[in-house]
Ligand binder design. Structure first.
Ligand SMILES: NC(=O)c1ccc[n+]([C@@H]2O[C@H](COP(=O)([O-])OP(=O)(O)OC[C@H]3O[C@@H](n4cnc5c(N)ncnc54)[C@H](O)[C@@H]3O)[C@@H](O)[C@H]2O)c1
Length: 458
């Protein structure tokens, strides 16, 4: 195969990772088929409608979506595939272990229909525990045997590091690409798939411009096991960094320091770096919580406790209670109060609410007898669908959530919250109390407007 030849790529799982990866690889010129068992997703994408909120995605779907096949059934396309990327969900089981049933179901489908005379490279892009590349290989072999077939093929590990809210940016302009593969041919094929990104030879999509000063990403080649561990180590470290600053936010409050100043003061040290040093209500999302629990589960199986990671998880659990404590300090009694919440998504620029701090805060406020009004620019419908039993008032705007509330709590740092008419909002509230769970607002201006302001660690 020539280096510039288009590859036939199947991506199984068309969620945040699969759709972003599929659109990007399609834009770069490969023949891409995105597969999802959810027919509603396939149906919408075929009609050019985005199924998730992600900056730039809608435009890219319009531009290159037509060149991508969306289907719920990959069987017919399997024999021609050069690469099959598994990007299905890997949720947490109750005990912290990872539920690999979706990954294994895909492996069985692949084994049942792939062409043994021309086997594709299979790629684990889902975040999966140590040993899953081998497990996928075993499952595929079992299916081949069932058909009376056999062949040599490679299962590579290619963990994904994109951030929701900047998913396309991170896919086109990554810091590094990690590929763990035992076979040189598989590695070369993946190098070919990523060549336009590794060499930045493509014209940037209009909606995803190349950042100024961007330098070529490294291709880190490893064993599959190291690649699997790299993903968990990265997420555990980032989660720990946030929990670290959150822990220091507590001491900053006690001694009268401002954690935002402290974070700036340490972040300028190149050995520390400024990222992931924003104190707030804690981390959530579809990755950090389940991945941290998963690596803790793995480490317990090896009798090697990851004490720092365990502590990061515990600090995060306590951090979510800070908002309630601050409301109690300010309101004294929560029962009967009306609380307006700004933000449901676990972070800005996404509609993803999985393990969002908002879930715990809302549940606790409802249990305590508060009336809860919420506003989020994009995550409202997803939240309502996921938690239909919660008796909360969904608002069309931040101003509506604030109206006649006894306190306002900011949980997601959406840009638009910075620009709100705060003086006007204050006038419409029953009590001018604001808990800034992300330290994003202009504290001095709010205090000047008569608000009682509480941030995290300041
Ligand atoms: N979301 C992120 O920011 C992110 C970042 C890095 C890594 N990851 C990892 O990537 C993986 C996918 O995450 P996601 O957020 O994209 O998940 P998601 O839930 O958004 O999407 C998964 C999709 O897979 C589909 N699916 C499940 N089983 C299938 C099957 N047998 N055949 C076809 N489709 C099937 C589901 O219908 C769903 O649409 C997870 O392992 C996650 O940990 C996610």
């Amino acid at each position: 195969m020539k280096a510039d030849e288009k590859l036939n790529i199947i991506i199984v799982g068309t969620g945040y990772v699969g759709l972003t990866t599929g659109l990007a690889l399609g834009y770069l010129g490969h023949n891409v088929t995105c597969v999802d068992k959810d027919t509603a997703i396939v149906d919408k994408l075929e009609r050019g409608i985005s199924t998730i909120y992600e900056p730039g995605l809608e435009e890219l779907l319009k531009d290159s979506g037509k060149m991508i096949n969306f289907t719920e059934n990959m069987l017919g396309r399997l024999p021609a595939a050069d690469i099959i990327i598994i990007a299905v969900g890997t949720p947490s089981k109750g005990n912290g272990d990872t539920d690999l049933s979706f990954v294994e179901a895909v492996a069985r489908e692949i084994g049942a229909a792939m062409d043994p005379d021309s086997p594709p490279v299979i790629v684990n892009k889902s975040t999966v525990p140590i040993g899953t590349a081998r497990r996928v290989e075993t499952v595929i072999k079992e299916e081949l045997e069932r058909r009376g077939a056999a062949c040599t093929f490679c299962v590579a590990s290619n963990p994904e590091f994109l951030r929701e809210g900047a998913a396309l940016h991170d896919t086109f302009y990554p810091d590094r690409i990690v590929v763990g593969a035992e076979s040189v041919q598989a590695l070369n094929l993946l190098r070919q798939m990523y060549a336009p990104i590794l060499e930045q030879t493509f014209t940037p999509p209009h909606a995803v411009p190349r950042p100024e000063g961007y330098t070529l990403p490294a291709l880190v080649t490893t064993s599959p096991t190291s690649a699997e561990l790299i993903k968990y180590t990265a997420n555990a470290f980032l989660a720990m960094k946030i929990s670290f600053i959150n822990e220091f936010a507590t001491i900053a409050e006690k001694v009268g320091a401002d954690i935002t100043e402290v974070a700036k003061g340490i972040g300028l040290d190149k050995r520390i770096g400024p990222g992931f040093l924003k104190a707030g209500v804690g981390w959530g999302g579809s990755c950090f919580p389940k991945d941290v629990r998963s690596i803790l589960f793995t480490s317990s199986q090896y009798n090697c406790e990851l004490q720092l990671v365990q502590a990061a998880l515990e600090v995060n659990r306590l951090q979510r209670k800070k908002v309630i404590e601050k409301l109690q300090q300010n309101l004294k009694v929560i029962r009967g109060s009306t609380i307006g919440l700004l933000g449901l998504a676990f972070k800005p620029n996404t509609d993803d609410i999985r393990e969002s701090p908002a879930i715990d805060v809302i549940r606790e406020l409802l249990d305590m007898g508060a009336r809860v009004k919420v506003y989020d620019p994009v995550a409202r419908d997803r939240y309502r669908q996921a938690y239909p039993e919660q008796d909360i008032v969904y608002c069309e705007s931040a101003s509506e959530a604030a109206r006649e509330s006894d306190a306002l709590v900011l949980l997601t740092d959406w840009d638009e919250f910075w620009h709100l008419p705060w003086a006007e909002i204050g006038e419409s509230m029953s009590k001018k109390i604001i808990i800034d769970g992300r330290n994003m607002l202009d504290r001095d201006a709010l205090i000047k407007s008569g608000f009682t302001y509480s941030g995290i660690g300041r």
